[in-house]
Design a protein around this ligand. Structure first.
Ligand SMILES: [Zn+2]
Length: 55
């Protein structure tokens, strides 16, 4: 049997702190990085210790 040694988190999403709209498409852990909302074009930063919730 083949063994998987790497796990990939896809479809990471968060909610814009300005307008509350859903932002997704993050392919890496966005913690500690800064982004601009696609909806309201305001900048925000993701807390460096933000956790990825697995649903
Ligand atoms: Zn926004």
């Amino acid at each position: 049997m083949k063994i998987v040694t790497e796990l990939y988190a896809r479809n990471v999403l968060l909610y814009c702190p300005h307008c509350g709209n859903e932002e997704d498409g993050f392919v890496v852990n966005p913690a500690g990085l800064e982004f601009t909302c696609d909806h309201c074009n305001k900048p925000y930063k993701v807390h460096s210790e933000a956790d990825i919730e697995h649903k």
